[in-house]
Design a protein around this ligand. Sequence first.
Ligand SMILES: Cc1cc2nc3c(=O)[nH]c(=O)nc-3n(C[C@H](O)[C@H](O)[C@H](O)COP(=O)(O)OP(=O)(O)OC[C@H]3O[C@@H](n4cnc5c(N)ncnc54)[C@H](O)[C@@H]3O)c2cc1C
Length: 486
Amino acid sequence: METTDDKMERRLYSHDLAPLPKEMDLIFKTMPDHVDRPQYTQDVVQLVTKAISTKVALVPRGAGTWGLGGSVPVKGGRVLDMTAMNKILEIDPVNLIARVQPGITWKALSDALDAKGLFLPCYPSSAPSATIGGWVSTGGTGIGAYKYGTAGDIVRDMEVVLPTTEVIHTGDKYVPQNGCGPNLNWLFIGAEGTFGIITEITLSVLPKPEEMRPLTYSFDDVMKMQPAFVKLARSEVRPMHIMFGDKLHYDYLRAIGKHAPQVGCLVTCMMTGSKASVDMEEHLLDEIMKNAGAKKEPQELATHEWEERNYEFRVRELGVGAIPGEILVPMDKLNVVLQGTAKLIKDLKLKAPLIGTVADQNTVMLMPYYLTDEHKLVASTASMGFAKRLGDLASDNGGRAVGLGIFFAGNLSKYRGKNGAELIRKMKDLLDPHGIMNPGKMVQTGTRYGISMPAFLMNFGMHMMGSMKRILPRDKIGEKELSKLK
Ligand SMILES: Cc1cc2nc3c(=O)[nH]c(=O)nc-3n(C[C@H](O)[C@H](O)[C@H](O)COP(=O)(O)OP(=O)(O)OC[C@H]3O[C@@H](n4cnc5c(N)ncnc54)[C@H](O)[C@@H]3O)c2cc1C
């Protein structure tokens, strides 16, 4: 196992997708003291044993593509870079399972399955870099979720090193967990690395569909998507994935010289199945979209959009960062939340394109993002204010923000109720009696001083950051490039 305490390397592990301004050092010690790269389960057991005796925090990390600080220390300690545990241990084409180490990327597994005529039912759009262990630990939703379910739904079994050094299996390689007591897989799916370290995962896979056909439709206004999605959910049509982007998203893409349409919004669906079933579904989908006022766009654009599905933040090329907010909203509240999001963007003087996916038949995931220099205090401050208010908007409409991490740990009670949150905290104490496993996340916001920040204070602070943004001058990033568009 490799270990480093080189300062430059450690600095790389002191942030994830969303770097924090250096002023945050007053509250958090995000720089780890050591970085370890375990290769085997036994390496992880050794590190946990050492952490218990030295009382040092362990922070599991995949590729660091999540933006809520889950893989960033709050009080130093050891970061466990899991990307050296990246082997495919088994692909079983008869029982349709793949057993892997957690540090392999979704793309690498997908490519290996493809070569054997198999197919990964779902993956995050960050699949080229995100690890299997990372996405399972965030319990995210992503590509394939509409038809096949999401990360948690395809996990059959995991090997986990508990914060007390025991190694357990959470499920069974071949059969599901029905009728044998609580399903332990779900204890660790979405636990954000706070309950234990996943060292092996067995996933269900599928035979590759005979036909995979992307289709794309444009609307003159995002508000027209909702009736189409409602109709679609009640029909026999089951796209593998449904994703969309608004006018500003495509304007930005054209502003940076990419091929992108001039539309009010574009909805792209990926159909999978036999050729005959996809032909039938395409016919039905065309009818649904036409009745909702959409125009079918050429196949070439649909194929292009599908090929771009892993690169939705290309406008970062403007030379600054792109900060996303991410919320899940019930289908019937989609237009109310779209209106609320537009108002919030205006109030905070932002320019924020909108992208999103239809997560399942009941739920839409919205991800507005805006361009800013996230290393600067004001910009980073604004991002937290925006994300906080966006999450509140979702909650007020029966939805929620996605993920807890460091900054949204205070939302646990809001989402699980007081007693539910208390039970989760008790489970954390039971599983991690020494408090070494990714402390200061999910159940509470920790600080470098070892004391937690009260939820009300964190929420109030984030709200005030939004208020600060309101009185600051309007952001002008990207305006010059947009003004050059015809
Ligand atoms: C361009 C882009 C697109 C994205 N698209 C999606 C999307 O479609 N859907 C979605 O849900 N998210 C998406 N995300 C967010 C992010 O990519 C995912 O959450 C991702 O899967 C995280 O994987 P990671 O390997 O980067 O994990 P990290 O960011 O390194 O870690 C995430 C969390 O998992 C924990 N963790 C990591 N490995 C382990 C392990 N082996 N055992 C225990 N805990 C562990 C960490 O402690 C942390 O709390 C996207 C991000 C980007 C930048």
